[in-house]
Design a binder for this molecule. Structure first.
Ligand SMILES: [Zn+2]
Length: 178
């Protein structure tokens, strides 16, 4: 009897980590900050996207009059006013906060200490990040103390998952891996 050739599944589909980090990165593209674009994606323990956020001006603060400066008098810099991606992702969620229990957050930059506190209080239990470029800052050091003390796990996304691909929004195209 002739054996039918079995069609196998695609091999280059995205892993969960790759998929959710991609959503975080794509969300970052909404940021109007000329220097730093950060995106965050919160995912339930059963791999459903719960919420996304990016760094930006608070609601009703006109983006065009927002001070995006990094240097100068404190009131002339963004730091006093900007809402971070992780905080926005938590605040953008419209469901029952109970769903955050055991959830994880994907973010392309290690969370600052203010976001770390929000993450802990929300019930999120794991942080997956790409860059830790401010690891020497007091803010990042405080975040790690907070996470270690409060039992929130954190890990950098595995190098083997740090892929690059191109998404085209033109019809009838597929993802191109670089
Ligand atoms: Zn933050």
């Amino acid at each position: 009897m002739e054996q039918k050739k079995q069609i196998r599944k695609r091999k280059d589909y995205l892993s969960w980590d790759e998929y959710f980090m991609s959503i975080a990165k794509l969300t970052a593209a909404r940021s109007k900050d000329p220097n730093t674009q950060v995106g965050a994606c919160i995912v339930s323990s059963d791999n459903r996207v719960l919420s996304c956020g990016y760094n930006g001006a608070p609601n009703h603060f006109n983006d065009d009059s927002f001070p995006w400066n990094r240097e100068g008098e404190p009131l002339e810099t963004k730091y006093m006013f900007v809402c971070h991606a992780e905080a926005n992702a938590i605040d953008n969620f419209r469901g029952y906060k109970k769903e955050f229990e055991g959830a994880r957050i994907y973010v392309d930059l290690f969370p600052c200490n203010e976001c770390a506190k929000k993450i802990i209080q929300s019930g999120i239990q794991e942080v997956i990040y790409l860059s830790d470029k401010y690891s020497e800052s007091d803010s990042t050091k405080a975040s790690k103390i907070l996470f270690d003390t409060c039992g929130v796990k954190y890990r950098q996304m595995d190098k083997k998952h740090q892929k690059e691909f191109k998404i085209s929004l033109k019809p009838d195209t597929t993802i191109e891996y670089v």
